[in-house]
Write a protein that binds this ligand. Structure first.
Ligand code: NA7
Length: 898
């Protein structure tokens, strides 16, 4: 690295820099005294403009890059920073052992390619001083110091709806107005107040990891208490122990931590960067967490325990924070799979910590791996083998009070020469709501967010025009490599400001529909993970009174970036733009499909699978069987028996699913999906098992004759014949003949609905209920959803045409045995649950059937599965979002058959 670019910032060299359009102007020292109210930084003075295009709060990696981009694009700006230097997190967090957990190959700016040659990281995991130097190096190289006001806190910001500008009040007493206002204040910048009684009483020195003295602390020969065992504590404890004469660690919750194996940068990543840096960076941007990783394809439950541990050992040896969690595909969503990692991590603690009792105390139990921030350490667990280090379990011996000289806990009282609070941060929102930000109609962000942060894309918030957050709540932020997420947000804001200027708009504000849509999407993403079950700062649980939601967006960095890009490409979908006498409101919701369903659709699109309606029936059957063979099997049931029963045109195969509980059970006659063309009595196996177990019913899944070999009304006639046979033989099958229902999915839903009508019209059997999952009910195919969801959601409009063409002549399709919706009378049918999916061509005809049944006086539970497609609810154990609707289906069957 060239001399003069490293080391302490040389602000003198910044003097005289006055780039075009920048809101800070520099004058030489010969121009005289610094005028009152201006900032004298370098021996000369500068006049800071009090009205600029953009005010940015924070000069960490986000604020620095944003300043660079604003200048490059001709926006005037002021960057206000509370500290006296750049670096943000790395300026404040100077505790001993503070390091980045992401490899320096990935935790580096990418926007200045020269940096890769000008800066060489000394280690895989850089320590805080080196990262701070890097920030200073970049700031100096790009003359960023000249655009930043240091030692300035923002005390308030108010939107003026007449001038369409923000007024920002600074701790210096200065007032600045700006068209746009950006909080680049970081996610973990406000240490939370230690919620421990007596903190004010202690007379000795107190240290907070997130506000460590710049001159460092010497603990040599001291008796030290450390409270907290999160990442900061885990990194600093070995260093403190190396100096202290006695160290007591107060632990409330043990954490999962793996060794960093620090050393040179990982050779494989370096090689890839050297080979094709651009491709590597592009992969990072589209990855799940902002670091290129191979996506796991194996379930932790799909291999033996020994194999799983061997795979985890390989990940462990990499010394990369994300490696363990990326070993298996299902650890984020399946507790049992996650527990495999937890066991592995606990086994590692046992190997290291000599005292079994201490090892057990240090072993996390009760929270899933990854749902609290996993940590990386160097000799953390080894430290507890030292004779002068003691671990106190606060769950057994809670702190009753900090005293003048030490700490009272359990039945003990101990004196300490110093207390270290490593008790965490008011994460994600603390720094934002700490500033009084007042938007339209006097609404403050603090008030608006009192029940949880409401944002559109984690970047903006309704009622706060021209206000942006970098890595705000509702964006991947802390669940990602922050460098990648920071750059993405800065670039999105930069591009937006340029777009607005070019189009002549002054303001941009999210719409309530878009913001609510984003909240729902974030919740959908969170709901399919294990995060909600853990008290973590991700969930706001570490700060008393903070709303409990998953603050970061868990949908992944790549998908998130694509979403933000899509919003812009679709003309700022979900935003209202105005200015120069014009306005544009492009309302809408950018993500509505359930996140796991979306991933499946994306995977299928990438696989470029042929459409089934381009196949012959034989090919389609083979294709369907091959796809079924790859899915998870579904839950265990008590017993499965295959048999045959007499259909309308000959014997039909069936599979009986019996619960493990004591019978006789109520009976559900089930009809499979497959458009009357493919499928069989076993093709919906996982769904049948799921219903059998969760509804505690005996399921008889019946095959029926398929088209085109056996066209209409073969399937309908077989359905009714099977129902009659099962009813007549229920007792011998181990079921209760007085409690019988029908169920079916798709074309099977059609067969079930028709069977219920035939049973009503032909003297029985008497049914207790009908469960119709995304059923075909109307051969006219005239409903809007056939057009709205014609393509892209697995069942397409043309595939539905293909099914109908194979099954029934046009003239037969209006017959109630083909189209149960068209029956002249629906009264007297058994109670129904009709499930329709939002992105299904069949949605509207299912909805219509539910309404028609209700209109005829039939008790109906109508479940409109939001964000689902025709097939997704049947994908047991593959799509977690299908679980709640299936649970409702099972509950409905229980009620019908109670
Ligand atoms: P964390 O991860 O929030 O850790 C804070 C620790 O302090 C954690 O072990 C807490 O236990 C503990 N804590 C908090 N309040 C108390 C009280 N009142 N009594 C006892 N113990 C308490 O913060 P860090 O600074 O370590 O790490 C923050 C992030 O910075 C890190 O994840 C990286 O992303 C960088 P708890 O788990 O709440 O029971």
């Amino acid at each position: 690295m060239p001399d003069g670019l490293h080391g302490e910032p040389d602000r003198q060299k910044c003097r005289g820099f006055a780039p075009k359009g920048v809101g800070v102007e520099w004058f030489g020292p010969d121009l005289g005294e610094c005028p009152p109210g201006k900032t004298d930084l370098t021996g000369g003075f500068r006049v800071s403009k009090s009205d600029v295009d953009v005010v940015v709060v924070g000069a960490g990696f986000a604020g620095m890059y944003l300043l660079h981009e604003l200048r490059a694009n001709g926006f005037s700006s002021r960057v206000l920073e509370a500290g006296d230097d750049v670096g943000g997190t790395w300026y404040w967090n100077r505790y001993p052992g503070a390091r980045c957990d992401i490899s320096t190959t990935d935790y580096s700016y990418t926007w200045d390619p020269e940096l890769h040659d000008q800066w060489t990281w000394s280690e895989k995991h850089a320590a805080q001083p080196e990262i701070l130097k890097y920030a200073q190096f970049v700031a100096k190289k790009h003359d960023l110091y000249s655009g930043i006001d240091f030692n300035v806190k923002v005390t308030g910001a108010v939107w003026n709806d007449s001038t369409k500008r923000w007024t920002i009040n600074a701790s210096t007493g200065e007032t600045i107005t700006a068209r746009h206002y950006v909080m680049a204040t970081g996610c973990l910048s406000v240490p939370k107040d230690p919620d421990i009684p007596g903190t004010d009483r202690y007379q000795g020195p107190v240290y907070v990891t997130g506000r460590w003295p710049h001159e460092g602390v010497d603990f040599t020969g001291k008796r030290v208490a450390v409270i907290g065992t999160g990442s900061s504590s885990i990194q600093s404890i070995p260093h403190i122990a190396a100096q202290a004469s006695e160290l007591v660690v107060f632990q409330r919750t043990p954490n999962y931590s793996m060794p960093a194996f620090n050393g040179p940068q990982p050779a494989d990543r370096v090689a890839r960067l050297k080979g094709d840096r651009k491709a590597y960076e592009a992969e990072a941007r589209l990855s799940s967490a902002g670091v290129p990783m191979e996506m796991p394809t194996v379930s932790a439950l799909g291999v033996s325990r020994d194999e799983a541990f061997a795979m985890l050992e390989k990940s462990w040896q990499k010394g990369e924070l994300l490696a363990i969690g990326a070993t298996f595909m299902d650890v984020g969503t399946n507790r049992e799979a996650n527990e495999v990692i937890c066991d592995f991590m606990r086994s590692k603690i046992k190997e290291v910590v000599k005292d079994p009792e201490t090892a057990e105390l240090l072993s996390p139990r009760g929270h899933a791996y990854g749902t609290k921030r996993p940590c990386m350490d160097t000799n953390y667990f080894q430290t507890f083998n030292l004779p002068h280090v003691r671990l106190v379990d606060l769950r057994k011996k809670p702190i009753t009070s900090i005293t003048e000289t030490g700490i009272e806990f359990g039945d003990e009282s101990k004196d300490f020469d110093a207390i270290v609070y490593a008790t965490g941060f008011d994460a994600m929102t603390g720094a934002i709501v700490n500033v009084d930000i007042t938007g339209k109609n006097g609404l403050t962000l603090k008030k608006k967010w009192e029940h949880g942060p409401l944002t559109y894309l984690g970047l903006t918030s309704v009622g706060f025009p021209n206000f942006y957050m970098i890595t705000g709540p509702g964006s991947p932020s802390v669940l990602s490599n922050m460098m990648v997420s920071i750059e993405q947000h800065v670039e999105w804001i930069r591009d937006t400001l340029v777009d607005l200027r070019e189009a002549g708009f002054d303001t941009i504000e999210a719409t309530p529909v878009a913001e609510e849509g984003w909240r729902v999407h974030c919740t959908d993403c969170a709901d399919i993970t294990l995060f909600q079950d853990t008290n973590s700062w991700y969930m706001g649980a570490n700060v008393p009174g903070k709303p409990r939601v998953l603050f970061p967006y868990i949908g992944g960095v790549g998908r998130y970036r694509q979403t933000c890009d899509e919003v812009r490409a679709r003309g700022y979908l979900g935003f209202e733009l105005s200015g120069s006498g014009k306005a544009q409101r492009n309302d809408g919701i950018v993500r509505q499909v359930q996140p796991d369903v979306d991933m499946v659709l994306e995977m299928m699109a990438q696989m470029g699978l042929p459409s089934m309606d381009s196949m012959s029936p034989a090919e389609a059957r083979a294709f369907s069987e091959a796809s079924s063979a790859m899915r998870p099997p579904g839950p265990e049931v008590g017993e499965m028996i295959d048999g045959t029963l007499p259909g309308a045109g000959g014997p039909l195969e069936y599979r009986l699913y019996r619960p493990a509980t004591k019978g006789p059970h109520p009976v559900v006659v089930y009809f499979h999906g497959g458009g009357w063309v493919f499928g069989s009595h076993v093709s919906d196996d996982p769904l049948c098992r799921d219903l059998c177990k969760n509804a505690d019913v005996l399921i008889v899944s019946v095959n029926y004759r398929h088209a085109p070999e056996d066209r209409f009304p073969a399937a309908a006639d077989d359905g009714y014949a099977a129902l009659q046979w099962v009813a007549a033989n229920a007792a011998s099958l181990g079921g209760d003949p007085s409690r019988i229902a029908v169920a079916g999915w798709s074309a099977g839903g059609n067969v079930a609905a028709v069977a219920a009508q035939l049973a009503r019209d032909n003297g029985g059997p008497s049914l207790k209920g009908q469960l119709l999952l995304t059923p075909v009910t109307d051969g006219s195919r005239q409903h809007g959803s056939h057009h709205e969801n014609a393509d892209g959601f697995i069942l397409t409009k043309s595939l539905m045409e293909w099914f109908w063409n194979h099954y029934a002549d046009e003239s037969d399709r209006s017959h109630p045995k083909a189209s149960p919706l068209l029956a002249s009378n629906l009264a007297g049918l058994p109670p129904a649950m009709v499930v329709t999916a939002q992105f299904d061509p069949l949605r509207d005809e299912g909805d219509a059937y539910a309404r028609a049944l209700m209109g005829a006086g039939v008790p109906v539970e109508h479940l409109q599965a939001r964000g689902h497609i025709h097939t997704s609810i049947t994908m047991v154990d593959a799509l977690p979002s299908g679980k709640p609707p299936r649970a409702q289906m099972a509950a409905a069957l229980r009620r019908f058959l109670a």
